[in-house]
Ligand binder design. Structure first.
Ligand code: EPU
Length: 292
C-alpha cells in the first residue's frame, strides 16, 4: 500500500486486536503501527490523514469493543520506551502517553504524592485516561493534569496547558489528537496515608465490580442524576444474555463475556439493555465505551 512507502517505523499488516483488548473480542486492524519516537508517530498520523486512512489510538484496550470484522484503518499503539517513561520532579510527574496509569498512580502513592489515588483500579494508559477523563466516585484525572503534549492529524506536535484543556464527564477536547505525554501536578503528602487510600479505593472497586472477568468496565455513561448500573439492575436485566455475552450479575453496567462470545453478542446485549431501559424509564443510555 503506497501510503506506507514513506513511513520508516514499525507497522504490521492485518494485526489481531482481540488479545490487545480486555473484552478479547473482534477482528483485525488493517495495520498496527508501533512508533518508536514522536517523529514516527507524527509521520504515521500525517500520512494516514493525507491518504484518507482512518486512525485509532489503542491504549490498554480496556474501554474498547472491536467489531467482529475488525478495523479498516491504522491502529497506533504507544508501547515503545519513548512513550512509557515516567519522570518525577518535586510535586510534578511527567509520564508518556503510553505509560500504565495504575503503575503510575501506585508509584506516586508510594512516594506520598497525592492526587492520582482516584484512578486506582482503572486499567488504562495515561493517554487514554486523559482523553476520556477517567475517574470515578473519588475524582477524575482532569483534577491533576497540568499540561498535555499531543500530535494532531497533520503531524503537528503541540502542548496544551490546563486552561486550554476542557474536560467533562468522561470526555475532553483532545478529540483525534494522540497524547504523547502529560505533566501532572500532585501534592506532597504522607506516603503511608496516600498508599492506604490508593489501596482502599482499589479494594472497593474489586468488591463491587467484576474486575477479574472479560469486560470493558462500565458500558454506559451515567445519565444525569442517576446511575446506569442501578437503572439496569432495577429493570431486572442482570444476567440477561445473548450468545456468549451477558449483563454482569455483580454490577449491571458491566457486560461480561465467555471465550466463545463474538462482538456481535455484546452489541446485541447493549441494544437490548437500551431498549428495555428506554421503554421502562424513558431514559436513553449513552455508550461510554468506544466501538471500533
Ligand atoms: N448499583 C446497583 N446495581 C448495580 C450497580 C450499581 O443498584 O448493579 C447502585 C449501587 O449500589 C450504587 C449506585 O448504583 O448505589 C452507583 O453504583 P457504583 O457506586 O458502582 O457507581 P457507578 O455510578 O455505577 C461509577 C463509574 C465507574 C466507577 C464507579 C466507582 C460511570 C459510568 N461509572 O460507577 O467507572 O468505577 O463509579 O467510582 O461513571 C468505568 O468508567 O468503566 C467505571 C466502571
Amino acid at each position: 500500500m503506497n501510503w506506507l512507502n514513506d513511513f520508516s517505523g514499525k507497522i504490521e499488516p492485518d494485526a489481531p486486536l482481540a488479545d490487545r483488548t480486555w473484552f478479547k473480542l473482534g477482528g483485525n486492524a488493517r495495520w498496527l503501527a508501533t512508533p518508536a519516537s514522536t517523529r514516527e508517530l507524527a509521520d504515521v498520523l500525517r500520512l494516514a490523514s493525507e491518504h484518507g486512512v482512518s486512525v485509532k489510538a489503542l491504549g490498554a484496550g480496556a474501554n474498547v469493543l472491536v467489531r467482529d470484522d475488525g478495523f479498516d484503518g491504522v491502529v497506533v499503539r504507544l508501547d515503545q520506551e519513548a512513550f512509557t517513561a515516567v519522570r518525577f520532579d518535586g510535586e510534578r510527574v511527567h509520564a508518556g502517553g503510553g505509560a500504565n496509569l495504575m503503575h503510575l498512580a501506585h508509584r506516586c502513592a508510594q512516594r506520598g504524592l497525592s492526587g492520582l489515588e482516584a484512578v486506582a483500579g482503572i486499567p488504562s494508559t495515561v493517554g487514554g485516561a486523559i482523553r476520556m477523563n477517567a475517574g470515578g466516585r473519588y475524582g477524575e484525572i482532569a483534577e491533576v493534569v497540568e499540561e498535555v503534549c499531543m500530535v494532531d492529524s497533520t503531524g503537528r506536535v503541540h502542548a496544551r496547558r490546563r486552561d486550554e484543556l476542557a474536560f467533562g464527564y468522561r470526555s475532553s477536547n483532545i478529540g483525534g489528537d494522540v497524547v504523547v505525554s502529560a505533566c501532572f501536578r500532585l501534592r506532597q503528602s504522607d506516603a503511608a496515608l496516600t498508599l492506604a487510600e490508593f489501596r482502599r479505593i482499589w479494594a472497593e472497586k474489586k468488591e463491587s465490580q467484576p474486575m477479574a472477568e472479560r469486560s470493558a468496565g462500565c458500558i454506559f455513561k451515567n445519565p444525569s442524576g442517576c446511575s446506569a448500573g442501578a437503572l439496569i439492575d432495577a429493570a431486572g436485566l442482570k444476567g440477561s444474555a445473548r450468545g456468549g455475552a451477558s449483563v454482569s450479575t455483580r454490577h449491571a453496567n458491566f457486560i461480561v463475556t465467555r471465550p466463545e462470545a463474538r462482538s456481535a453478542d455484546v452489541l446485541e446485549v447493549i441494544d437490548h439493555v437500551r431498549d428495555v431501559v428506554a421503554c421502562r424509564y424513558g431514559i436513553g443510555l449513552e455508550l461510554e465505551i468506544d466501538v471500533w
